[in-house]
Structure formats: C-alpha cells, structure tokens
Design a protein around this ligand. Structure first.
Ligand code: ADP
Ligand code: MG
Length: 698
C-alpha cells in the first residue's frame, strides 16, 4: 500500500485546519486572537475548544488526556487522566472541560525545583501554551503546557523559552521600525535542530548495565575496525535501519513534525535526522517528541536508540546542530542578505547584533551546552572546541573588514560612503558544512550553533541565544532612536561594534592546537568542562541581562544553577556506582576464571611429568594476575573516593570533586579493564564488546 503523506501528515494534531473546521467561527477567532496577543483564554471559549478537542481525540481513539510539560529534568513529563466521568446507573460519559484544558495541578513535589518551591508547597501548575498544538500520542490527548510554581516562577524549559522569544521580538521590532518596516508586528526566531543518534541491537543493549543506567559504555576496548575508513558517513542505509527510519518518519509526520533528511553519520551505527525548521517553541517541543519517538520505534524494531553524547569512547559522539535564524511575521528572514542596499544595512545590523552577543556572552553560550555527557565531546577533536567563536566565511568576513576599515567593499581604495549604500556580494548558502570545526557558523541565511549535546533539550541554548541577541538589539535601538542622522549613526555604530568584536570571528580550523593559543591571545574564554562553565550562571552580568529582559528572575537563575550542579555530580556518581558494580560482579569474576583455567592447564601439564612447556600459560597468567591486582587497586580507590564524596556538602565543591577525582578514577580503572578485555577469551568475558555492539545491526 502506498502511503499518502499529505493525508498522514499532522493527522494526530489538533492543528489550525482542524480548529477551523470544528470550532464555531467566533470561538475560532477568539482563540486566534488570544494566541496572537499572548493573552489568557476566557473560560467560555476554553469550554468550547475543550469539547471540540475531546470529540476529535475520541474519534482518533484517545481515552485519556494529559498536560504535557518539560520540567527541568530535560525530559518531558505527563500524568494521564481518563476522560471518564461517572453517571448514575454505574455508567460513564466522556468529559473534558475548559478548566481541565487551560490549567492542571500535578503533584509536582518530586520534580527538581532548585529550591524554588519548598516541598510543603507541593503544587505547581501547568498552563496550556496555545501556540503549540495539542496532539495524540499513545491514545492520549497531549496538551503542551508551561509548568510554574504557585508564585509564578518557571519550573520548566518552556516558560523561559517563550519569555526569551518575547524579549527578542520586542527589541527586533524596535530596530525594524527604524528601518521603516511599519508593517512588521512580530519577530520570531526559527530553529531546525539536526539530531544524531546510535542504533544497536536490543540483545547487546540489554547485556550492558552501563548503557541501561548511564546511557554510555563505561569501558570497552577499541574494536579492530572503528570509523577510520570513514565508510559509514552517508553510506547505504542497512535494510533494518531503513525500515526503522521509515516508521520513525511516519510517526513523526502523524505528529506534524517535519522530518526531512536522514542519513548515516561518521561512526558505525550512527545516524542523523534533520527536520525542516519551525518557530523555536515548536521546534523545541518537536525535538523532545522526536527523541522520544526514536526510542519508542527502536524498541519496536528490536533495537535500542542511544541518545547519549558519547556512548562509545574512541568513536564520534552525538550532537545536535541548532540552525537558528530570526524572521518577521511577514515571512522575511532577517539574516538573509537583502536585494537592496537598505535591506543590506538592516541585515548587517542584525548580523552585528549576533556577533556582539556571542562575543559579550561567550561564557553563557558555552554554559548553555554544558553537561556531564557533552564534556566528553567539546574540545575533544570531533565536536567544536569549548572556545566560542564565529565562522563567517570569506565573503562576509571581507565585508566586515571593509566596514571596519571604512573602505568600500568593491573598490578597497575608495572610502566607504555609507553603509546604507552598501551593495553586498553574493553570499552562497552553505549547505556543505564548509567548516565543521566552528561552534557557531554563518551558513548563508542562518547561524548553525554546533556545540549542543544530543540528549539535552534545545530550550536552554535558545533561551540564551534569544536573550543575548535581544540585549544587543536593545542597545542598538537605544542608540539609533536618539540619532538625528540615522545613516551616520548607523555607520558609526556598525564600525565601532565590528572593531570591538572582531576577535570572536575565526574562519580557521577550530580543532588545531594553534587555535587554542591564538584564542588565548585574543582573550577568548576556554571553559573546558561543565564545572568551569557553571559559575557563569550566577555572575552579575548574567543576572543583569536575564532580569532586564524578564527571561529569568534572580531566584530562577539560582535555581537552575543548583539543578545543573546537582545533575552534574549525580550523573557522574551513578556512572561510578555502575562501574563499581560491573567490575565487582562480573569483571573480577571473569579475570579470576581466566586465571583459574590457566592455572589448571599449567598444573595438568606439570602433572604429566613429561617435559612439556608451560611457558605461554605462565606468561599469560602473570599478565592476567598483574592486571587483576591493578584493577582491584583502582577499584578500591574509586570506592573510597565515592565514599569521601558523600561527606562533601557544598554543591559546587561536589561537582568539582566529581570532575576532578571521580571522573579521573573511572578513567584509570577503565584503562585496566580495557586491557583485560583484550586478554580474556570471549567465552569468559561477561559483556558485549565494542565490535559486537557497533556492528550488531545487520
Ligand atoms: P536544507 O537546504 O536542506 O534546508 P540547510 O543546510 O539549509 O539544508 O539546512 C539545515 C537545517 O537548517 C535544516 O534543519 C533546515 O530546516 C534548517 N534551516 C534552514 N533555514 C533555516 C532558518 N531560516 N531558520 C532556522 N533553521 C533553518
Ligand atoms: Mg549541519
């Protein structure tokens, strides 16, 4: 049977078309207006919408509803309620009220709040975000909601994202007015997140407690064949993977998710999915759903989908490329060089706003992608370095340099008359990943922020990106609104800012040692680990910018800082406990079994009385015995250090301790285990090897 994609697409979404069809005209209009103006929904309107939603959902087979939200754990949460409501005579009817649609009160005391909500005030509430459509998943009507404390503090990843989009909207509209764009009512940011992942067979996954508990392998010797031949990238997709990808596409399309491109990635068993971009808020919801669906569909195909940033050491890890741009409600991409000189001047101002933002808030951007998992990638010669810089490409760098120097771009000898008269060169749209080593690359009409980890919600990086660009724009608007001669003021501003921030522009190889040196000379930050980056969250400058634009209050920032710290050391602690348990339970036993079998052979040979050599066995036994002793020593050190960690009370000290001591201990224990794995026969070794896992999907 052939699939009718247009019919399938969005079939599980209560989208605009469905609303138009099913809602009375006045109600539909009222809802539209509420969304456009960002107002609260009137209860009488909500009641009608809820009834229509319920009828639609029941027709599609739904029995339950849930407020679907994104607590600060980074995953999504849902608590299902059925539509049933008792009726006299032991019967039920299916009900769903406007009140239930608009507001929910999950008992939320177990979600992380970073101290924002004392545990005795267990209630948080969820509120419908009507800018994101309701959808049906697993026979449940899911209503995208924001999650707040009763005093209104954000307890989730959606609320600050919406606030940051509002902040950017406000400032960008101010700037656009200065260029005479009176018709623009709203400016939005758009995102297309490319998602990387691994697929392995369930049978090997289930035998690796480290994958199950921590998402990554904590040991494993290098396989004879890794990614050195680079024959997997864009290679033919295996039939099993292909049928997985097909079903995944279908599931995503039903949910109205614009899954577009799919291909193999660099590492064996690694793949990528890219959607068509959408509004940041929707893109964020959709990326969460995509990650969930990737796992669900994998299980149906007898596979496990690994979303961790570094499931296997020694082969590439997984990231997310956050393609980001700014666009007007009239559909114009503000990071697209225009056709006329005045459009070009406007483009250059927005471009400069981004350059300034990235330079001024390098630390925050770095922080936005920090996690225990991503610490394995950033700066490790496969992902961009931990140093933030911008790739502009040759053409645009040329333009920027001529503005700096005040010379005409086309005739370098001539003085630059006015930026308002600048004719830009053709800037090719970069679809070829010309510079994969840059963390923040201009790719023709958008920026590609490449440092994101594969597991994390894209909310955090976009909250920060939107806010810091809003800040540049607000400073620019303040200055230009005061100007008597706009063109002159614009020239002066652009030149000044580009001179001030040119240090953040770097078109070279971000993986090289030279860049680390050069970046240091330029005074750029190099925050190597999460622990190095975390303090940026509570710096005065950070608090100032977030409170100014009403994205986070000071207490909300502190709460997030606390949660990140806690999350960081807990993650490493769980890894340590898992490694200890696997070593003690199985690896130690395997090492002993092997030695026992060698000793038996030696004894048997000796017992024959004949002069047969036991040289080989003895050599192997000595080696195994030495490694086993070393393993025990390092295991005991790890155990002792984990116990010591329990006495540290300060959260930052705990995070630092886990980075500096526990993480290092795990690495040194792993070294021995990997050597043992190579030595011990496969029928004794208790766990699937890297080779067995990476090539498990045929
Ligand atoms: P393509 O031509 O296939 O879109 P690109 O390299 O241009 O390839 O796009 C890569 C990713 O960037 C895709 O997810 C795409 O949807 C996204 N993207 C393209 N334009 C924009 C934009 N204006 N804003 C945000 N993301 C975008
Ligand atoms: Mg890309």
């Amino acid at each position: 049977m052939t699939m009718n994609v247009p019919e399938l697409f969005g079939s599980m979404v209560f989208n605009d078309a469905v609303m138009k069809e099913r809602l009375p005209k006045d109600i539909y209009k009222a809802l539209q207006k509420t969304v456009a103006d960002g107002l609260h929904l009137q209860l009488d309107v909500a009641n009608v919408v809820a009834a229509a939603m319920k009828d639609w959902a029941i027709e599609k087979g739904a029995t339950h509803f849930t407020h679907w939200f994104q607590p600060m754990t980074g995953v999504t949460a849902e608590k299902h309620d059925s539509f049933i409501s008792p009726e006299p005579g032991g019967k039920v009817i299916m009900e769903f009220s406007g009140k239930e649609l608009v507001k929910g009160e999950p008992d939320a005391s177990s979600f992380p709040s970073g101290g924002l909500r004392a545990t005795f005030e267990a209630r948080g509430y969820t509120a419908w975000d009507p800018t994101s459509y309701a959808f049906i998943k697993d026979d449940t009507l899911c209503i995208p909601t924001a999650f707040c404390s009763y005093s209104g503090e954000a307890l989730d990843k959606k609320t600050p994202l919406l606030r940051s989009m509002q902040a950017l909207d406000k400032q960008a509209v101010r700037v656009l007015k200065l260029f005479g764009n009176e018709d623009v009512k709203r400016v939005i940011t758009t995102v297309g997140p490319e998602q990387e992942y691994f697929l392995i067979d369930s049978s090997v996954y289930e035998k690796r407690p480290d994958l199950i508990y921590t998402g990554r392998t904590l040991f494993g010797a290098k396989p004879p064949k890794g990614q050195e031949l680079e024959d997997h990238y864009f290679g033919t997709i295996k039939p099993r993977v292909s049928s997985y990808m097909k079903e995944l596409d279908e599931e995503l399309w039903k949910l109205g998710i614009l899954a577009k491109t799919k291909h193999n990635e660099v590492a064996p068993a690694q793949h990528e999915l890219a959607p068509v971009f959408s509004t940041t808020n929707i893109a964020t919801d959709h990326n969460q759903l995509t990650m969930e669906m990737m796992k669900t569909v994998a299980a149906r195909h007898g596979m496990a989908c690994l979303l961790h940033e570094k499931p296997f050491a020694g082969v590439n890890g997984s990231g997310k490329h956050n393609n980001w741009s700014i666009s007007t409600d009239t559909g114009k991409n503000l990071l697209e060089p225009g056709a006329t000189p005045s459009q070009n001047a406007q483009f250059l101002l927005f471009l400069t706003a981004v350059i300034k933002a990235v330079d001024d808030y390098q630390g925050l951007l770095r922080l936005s992608v920090a996690s225990a998992g991503n610490d394995h990638r950033l700066g490790a010669n496969e992902a961009p370095p931990a140093i933030m810089s911008i790739f502009l490409g040759d053409e645009l760098t040329d333009v920027v340099e001529s503005i700096e120097q005040g010379v005409d771009y086309h005739d370098k000898k001539k003085e630059l008359m006015s930026i308002g008269a600048t004719v830009l060169p053709h800037i090719p749209k970069d679809t070829t990943d010309r510079n994969r080593t840059s963390p923040f690359a201009f790719t023709g009409n958008k920026f590609e922020f490449r440092s994101l980890g594969s597991t994390a919600s894209i909310s955090g990086p976009n909250v920060i990106l939107n806010t810091i660009v809003a800040e540049s724009l607000s400073l620019f608007a303040d200055e230009l609104e005061e100007a008597d001669d706009f063109d002159k003021a614009l020239d002066k501003l652009l030149r000044r800012e580009l001179v001030a921030h040119k240090g953040i522009i770097f078109n070279g190889n971000g993986y090289g040692e030279e860049w680390i040196e050069e970046a240091k000379k330029r005074g750029l930050l190099n925050l190597k680990s999460t622990v190095d980056a975390l303090p940026v969250y509570i710096e005065d400058k950070t608090i100032d910018v977030f409170t100014k634009h009403q994205v986070y209050s000071e207490s909300e920032l502190y709460a997030r800082y606390e949660i990140m710290l806690e999350n960081y050391y807990k993650t490493i602690n769980i890894e340590a406990l898992t490694l200890i348990s696997m070593t003690k339970k199985d690896i130690m036993g395997a090492a002993c079994d092997y030695q026992y079998s060698l000793a038996e052979i030696i004894n048997a040979k000796k017992a024959t009385g004949a002069s047969v050599s036991t040289f080989a066995e003895e050599k192997l036994l000595a080696e195994a015995s030495e490694l086993t002793s070393a393993m025990l020593e390092r295991l005991e050190k790890l155990e002792a250090d984990v116990a010591k960690g329990e006495t540290i009370e300060d959260a930052f000290e705990l995070a630092k301790y886990h980075r500096e001591v526990i993480f290092a201990d795990m690495g040194s224990l792993r070294e021995i285990i990997d050597q043992l794995e190579v030595l011990v026969p496969s029928d004794i070794w208790p766990y699937p090897t890297y080779g067995e896992m990476l090539y498990s999907v045929k």
